[in-house]
Design a protein around this ligand. Structure first.
Ligand SMILES: [Zn+2]
Length: 128
């Protein structure tokens, strides 16, 4: 149970990193800032998803909307495990910010999130 919940959370963070890195890439695009009509002057579209992660992945992980992510994750966990006492206790642990910052977010955890984010990008165009 713990394991499934952690995996789901892991993927939630990784997906959020991908999306946030895209947002940061757009915000940091000088071409967008000065409204340059030439596409080649836009780092926002010239950078591949992988490059965006290389440049902005760490920052994306630090600055993502964690409350939104956790709210959605909790809702999906509760859909699967309805009114389960053990699950609810685990949820309380994961939803505790101090616990996350001190116990969960180790350097190896951060590294794994970025690795998964790269995997998600590689998968993106595989099925279409
Ligand atoms: Zn741009």
């Amino acid at each position: 149970m713990m394991c499934m919940m952690e995996i789901a959370l892991h993927f939630s963070y990784a997906q959020a990193v991908v999306e946030n890195a895209n947002c940061i890439a757009t915000r940091r695009c000088y071409g967008c800032e000065i409204d340059n009509p030439s596409q080649r002057e836009h780092s926002c579209i010239m950078l591949s998803g992988e490059e965006r992660l290389d440049y902005y992945g760490d920052e994306a992980l630090e600055s993502l909307d964690e409350e939104e992510l956790l709210t959605q994750w909790r809702a999906s966990v509760q859909t699967v495990y309805k009114d389960n006492v053990t699950v609810n206790k685990l949820l309380q642990t994961f939803l505790n910010k101090d616990w996350r910052e001190t116990m969960m977010k180790t350097n190896s955890w951060k590294h794994k999130i970025i690795v998964t984010a790269h995997r998600l990008i590689k998968l993106e165009h595989r099925f279409c």
